[in-house]
Design a protein around this ligand. Sequence first.
Ligand SMILES: Nc1ncnc2c1ncn2[C@@H]1O[C@H](COP(=O)(O)OP(=O)(O)OP(=O)(O)O)[C@@H](O)[C@H]1O
Ligand SMILES: [Mg+2]
Length: 112
Amino acid sequence: MKKIEAIIRPHLLDAVRNALQEIDVKGMTVSEVQGYGRQRGHTETYRGTEYQIEFIPKMKVEVVVPDDIEEMAVHAIMKAARTGKFGDGKIFVTTLDDVIRIRTGERGEAAL
Ligand SMILES: Nc1ncnc2c1ncn2[C@@H]1O[C@H](COP(=O)(O)OP(=O)(O)OP(=O)(O)O)[C@@H](O)[C@H]1O
Ligand SMILES: [Mg+2]
């Protein structure tokens, strides 16, 4: 299984969710996050301490999927989240060891 974390523009959340539902992704977690990429990473020093400024609001979408739909899921997110401008976001993919459905004790892909 793969865990796909996508940092996207907040106003494109519905489009990304719809795109993922179309490829039968079973569940998802979303959260409001703040961050910066290459354009905004400057720091300010105040009384000897460095402060990171200019965090931009983004949404984080997390989905766990079987290996065989990883590429489809990544492409679905890219297509829905891309405007072509700086700040469109990023997708992080990691290998996930296990999933446990708490109610039943099912594990692995059966628990997705
Ligand atoms: N290396 C990173 N590690 C963790 N989060 C990141 C990283 N790069 C970007 N992000 C997250 O993704 C959001 C959007 O990043 P962004 O799309 O600006 O990346 P970028 O590398 O600057 O690409 P672009 O040049 O297209 O703007 C950031 O606000 C931050 O939350
Ligand atoms: Mg950027």
